[in-house]
Design a protein around this ligand. Structure first.
Ligand code: ATP
Ligand code: MG
Length: 473
């Protein structure tokens, strides 16, 4: 449970938020620290230089005795714990000094002295002062080495106690402020990530509720048009599609059950009759023939369903080859000729060009026969049925038109669904699978089947296929 909490996006966002906030605050504090110390030290240096300037002037005007007096007086005026003065010869020998009780053991820093003599340029240094009274505690002083007369060097220092206490106070404030920043930014981060992710929680709760029986549930769409609103919308669209899919699966299984029921009931009826009636051998034979016919119809239906499902799922193995579509259609039309005469239909076909397609011959024949079969089935005697092959630059179109019963505009797209049959055609034998199979085959060949119709007048199916790669010789 705790481990899960650490893995949540809210927790990780909070850590990021608090981290970034704290690091940036820390950087700002440190920058300010350096800036402040720099300014203070610069101010001290300037003060020391001013004092050195005064010493030069006094030496020029009043000589060494004046400088000696000045050292004592200046130190007394500013406070002997705050400032000291020493006048030295270039060899380091001290010849005048302010009262050094507090500064007792502050050394003359030889390297700084040498640098001053060598470069003729004043030298600043931060030196440590050890106090005899408090051996464990030391303080710091900012010290200047400068020439105040040709052979006279001034060593003057300012106590850095104020500076040190400022730094100590600053560090304390820094610690406190950082603690506050970390806690505040963590709380703020937690609050903000929780608020931002509240939509995700709503979605999760809804998803948990959705089981097979409550597919009606939908995620609340805030309408904010943000990412979560978009996610909720997409999720709802997905649920809509799933619902439609489940509904169509339910309808289909209802249809399958219904369509299987009729032939099985008839087969059972024949069997029952043969048991209860004392019939002749010919009657039994007729019953057996009927049973076979019904069983064939059943098998045919089941096989067609299997083919459609397999092609849809991409499991059906197609045997693609280059086929002369015109020859294939011509052969099929010639086979239908006797049936047309029997039904008193005016059957014509106009197929001239050699039209090459890449496809599975058996499957294309099956799709085409279903279309011609429909045209023959849904027409009345003396109606006409015609087949045309149009060879375009971009595609091949086989048109199967009839002047039959036509299709209601409301049924036009539905007739391609499995088991769908328009009411007018219920009197004819059929399972409602022919067009579904034909379209599935056409689409597996990168083609399609479309329909135009006027109810009671005519129907025209267009079977479109792309050209094959190279002509058959
Ligand atoms: P099956 O083809 O499985 O034996 P079927 O012919 O009823 O049965 P489909 O070929 O899929 O099924 O056709 C679906 C429906 O479309 C038909 O029931 C019919 O209502 C309508 N239909 C198809 N072709 C035509 C046509 N040429 N004229 C009028 N209606 C048609
Ligand atoms: Mg059919």
């Amino acid at each position: 449970m705790i481990l899960r909490f650490f893995k949540t996006i809210a927790f990780r966002l909070t850590v990021w938020y608090a981290g970034v906030f704290s690091v940036s605050s820390c950087v700002v504090f440190i920058l300010f620290y350096f800036l402040a110390t720099q300014v203070i030290v610069n101010q001290m240096d300037q003060e020391l230089l001013d004092k050195s300037g005064i010493f030069s002037t006094i030496i020029q005007r009043k000589g060494m005795a004046g400088a000696n007096n000045l050292a004592v007086l200046e130190a007394q005026a500013a406070g002997e714990k705050k400032v000291f003065f020493r006048l030295l010869y270039p060899n380091g020998e001290v010849f005048a000094t302010s009262h050094m009780g507090y500064w007792g053991n502050i050394q003359v820093h030889q390297p700084s002295l040498e640098a001053l003599i060598r470069l003729k340029e004043h030298v600043f240094l931060t030196q440590t002062v050890k106090h005899d009274a408090r051996p464990l505690k030391s303080s710091k002083a900012r010290v200047l080495y400068d020439f105040v007369a040709p052979d006279v060097i001034l060593q003057t220092g300012l106590s850095m106690d104020t500076y040190e206490s400022f730094l100590a106070a600053y560090k304390r404030i820094f610690g406190l402020a950082m603690g506050f920043v970390v806690v505040f930014s963590a709380l703020l981060g937690w609050f903000m990530s929780k608020k931002a992710l509240s939509g995700v929680d709503t979605i999760t709760t809804t998803v948990k509720k959705i089981t097979g029986s409550t597919l009606d549930e939908r995620v609340f769409e805030t309408g904010n048009q943000d990412e979560l609103d978009y996610l909720a919308k997409t999720f709802n669209q997905m649920l809509d599609r799933i619902q439609i899919l489940i509904k169509s699966i339910q309808e289909m299984s209802d249809n399958i059950a219904h369509d299987l029921k009729s032939p099985i009931t008839r087969i059972r009826g024949f069997a029952e009759l043969s048991l209860v009636q004392q019939d002749t051998l010919d009657d039994y034979r007729a019953m057996a023939a009927n049973t076979i016919e019904e069983s064939d119809r059943l098998l045919d239906m089941i096989n067609t369903m299997l083919v459609i499902s397999k092609v849809d799922a991409g499991q059906e193995e197609f045997n693609f080859e280059l086929i002369d579509l015109s020859a294939m259609i011509l052969d099929a039309c010639e086979l239908y000729q006797p049936l047309a005469e029997e039904r008193q239909l005016d059957f014509t076909f106009d197929i001239q060009d050699q039209a090459i397609v890449s496809g599975d011959r058996r499957m294309l024949q099956r799709a085409f026969s279903n279309l011609v079969d429909n045209a023959f089935k849904y027409t009345r005697p003396n109606d006409s049925v015609s087949v045309r092959l149009l060879n375009d630059v971009s595609k091949l179109t086989v048109e199967i038109s009839d002047t039959g019963i036509g299709i209601d505009p409301l049924d036009l797209e539905k007739i391609f669904q499995r088991f769908y049959r328009a009411d007018e055609s219920r009197t004819k034998q059929g399972a409602g699978l022919g067009l579904s199979l034909a379209r599935t085959i056409a689409r597996a060949h990168s083609g399609d089947i479309t329909v135009t119709s006027q109810k009671g007048e005519n129907t025209c199916f267009s079977f479109v296929l792309p050209h094959g790669n190279s002509p058959v010789i």
